[in-house]
Design a protein around this ligand. Structure first.
Ligand code: UDP
Ligand code: MN
Length: 311
């Protein structure tokens, strides 16, 4: 039996592993105790929602008619009169892009929208990292477009697509999305959105909190570490509102569990200020305005190139 610690095999590795574990435990406990304010919830104006009674996400949208004069629109009200609460969501049939476009006549090229009858109070860009999930993307677009229109927002949907077969890098795609979206418009709010999570309640408003980064779905858990390191607080959508339906799926090729994830969590404590938005380099292949979204295609290379880098 080999011994872990011996004169020619020092305990450094063991010690490192222990330190990593201790650090993770520390972060976990802080999040449980709420001392990095994980438990700060936004006010729940709706109260108790009954998710057994749901509405079609397109309800009432056909009542919206454009104002003849776009220059003199009055401000949209603080609370949209179109909201209905819990929405009916089903993944039985994958809708065609042409059908989604037909059902959303006021969405313009690039997946952009401004209410045609009032001046939006908020403008939000939705950023969706993507590779090889077309059916999910169609479900998301089918539900998200009317969902955002119900909220009377000005918005655009950006899909940031990674080409090549290198390991999927969601965070880097989102950084690219932020850069590119801000070139188009001075957005009030950037929403980082998984392709397979569909919001179930239209009172879950896709607007930013004035002070804090907002966590609207559990899928965003992975970002908590960095927010904690930056000394920021985080605000959450009330549990009763933050309902999301997840489209079930298998593990994707190129998105396997990262064996280095614990090392990365430890390293990020030192590197987060320098790494990320400030340092990002990418090869932008396309930025095109499709009928239902703006497609940004970036090349992060192929796995063969990763191996040649390691040598
Ligand atoms: N994703 C993708 N293609 C992949 C892997 C991930 O488009 O091959 C995107 C997609 O937006 C997805 C998100 O990254 O919703 C998070 O990945 P995943 O759904 O695998 O994470 P989990 O289900 O574990 O939250
Ligand atoms: Mn998923």
């Amino acid at each position: 039996m080999s011994r872990l610690c011996s004169p020619n095999r020092p305990c450094t590795l063991l010690l490192l592993a222990f330190l990593q574990l201790a650090f993770l435990l520390f972060l976990y406990r802080r999040s449980l105790s709420g001392s990095f304010t994980g438990s700060m919830y936004e006010e729940d104006r709706g109260g108790h929602w009954d998710y057994s009674k749901t509405h079609d996400v397109y309800t009432n949208l056909s009542l919206v008619t454009p104002s003849p004069d776009r220059q003199t629109l009055s401000l949209c009200p603080d609370e949209s009169p179109l909201l209905v609460g819990p929405l009916t969501i089903s993944f039985q049939k994958v809708p065609l892009m042409s059908k989604i476009a037909r059902k959303n006549p006021y969405v313009q090229a690039g997946g952009r929208y401004s209410p045609p009858h009032c001046k939006a109070q908020y403008k939000t860009a939705i950023l969706v990292p993507h590779r090889n999930r077309e059916p999910h993307l169609r479900h998301l677009l089918y539900y998200l477009h009317p969902f955002l229109q119900r909220q009377q927002l000005q918005y655009a949907i950006y899909v940031i697509h990674q080409t090549g077969n290198r390991t999927f890098n969601r965070a880097k795609l989102l950084n690219v999305g932020v850069r590119e979206a801000l070139k188009d418009e001075d957005w009030d709010c950037l929403f980082l959105h998984d392709v397979d999570l569909i919001p179930e309640n239209d009172y879950n408003l896709y607007i930013c909190n004035k002070k804090y980064p907002k966590h609207v779905s559990s899928a965003m858990n992975k970002f908590k570490y960095r927010i904690y390191l930056a000394g920021m607080k985080i605000i959450r959508t009330p549990l009763s509102l933050g309902h999301y339906k997840m489209i079930s799926h298998n593990l994707d090729v190129g998105n396997e569990k990262n064996e280095k994830r614990f090392d990365m969590v430890v390293k990020v404590a030192r590197s987060w200020r320098l790494d990320g938005m400030n340092s990002i380099e990418y090869n932008l292949l396309h930025k095109e305005e499709l009928p239902l979204y703006t497609n940004i295609t970036v090349d992060f290379g192929n796995s063969a190139e990763v191996q040649s880098n390691i040598k």
